[in-house]
Design a protein around this ligand. Structure first.
Ligand code: FES
Length: 131
């Protein structure tokens, strides 16, 4: 089921209720079983995501080095809350635990691109590259 959910989310970018119903029929399971799995794992989203996923590290090293200011700047600039998606669906902002690059703290990841040594000023220049 997880493989099916992952593939579907890759195509549609999230898992709407209609798709969960369709998956449940295809797997011969109840919609609540599929929903239960999809809602358990943070990997899956039931809400539409932005074109670009911005992950900010809330691990200790990044926190100490100022990731909170980076998050605040993103939130203010794009009217975006942690776990939310901007109105224009340009960005989704996710706070995550240690990304395993503590030496580069504070760390942000945009889609697959890793940015170390970010600051409240540099993050806006970084995000402007992503339309
Ligand atoms: S605490 Fe941020 S990468 Fe480890």
């Amino acid at each position: 089921m997880i493989t099916v959910l992952r593939k579907c989310q890759e195509v549609v970018s999230y898992l709407p209720v209609e798709l969960i119903d369709h998956i449940s029929r295809g797997l011969n399971l109840s919609p609540s079983e599929v929903y239960g799995v999809a809602s358990f794992y943070s990997l899956f989203s039931m809400k539409p995501k932005g074109r670009h996923i911005v992950k900010v590290c809330m691990g200790t090293a990044c926190y100490v080095k100022g990731i909170k200011e980076v998050i605040d700047r993103i939130s203010n600039q794009y009217e975006l809350k942690e776990g939310g998606t901007s109105e224009d669906r340009r960005f989704s902002l996710e706070a995550v635990r240690c990304l395993g690059a503590c030496g580069l703290a504070p760390v942000a990841v945009v889609n697959e691109d890793i940015y170390g040594g970010t600051s409240a000023n540099s993050i806006l220049n970084i995000l402007e590259k992503y339309e």
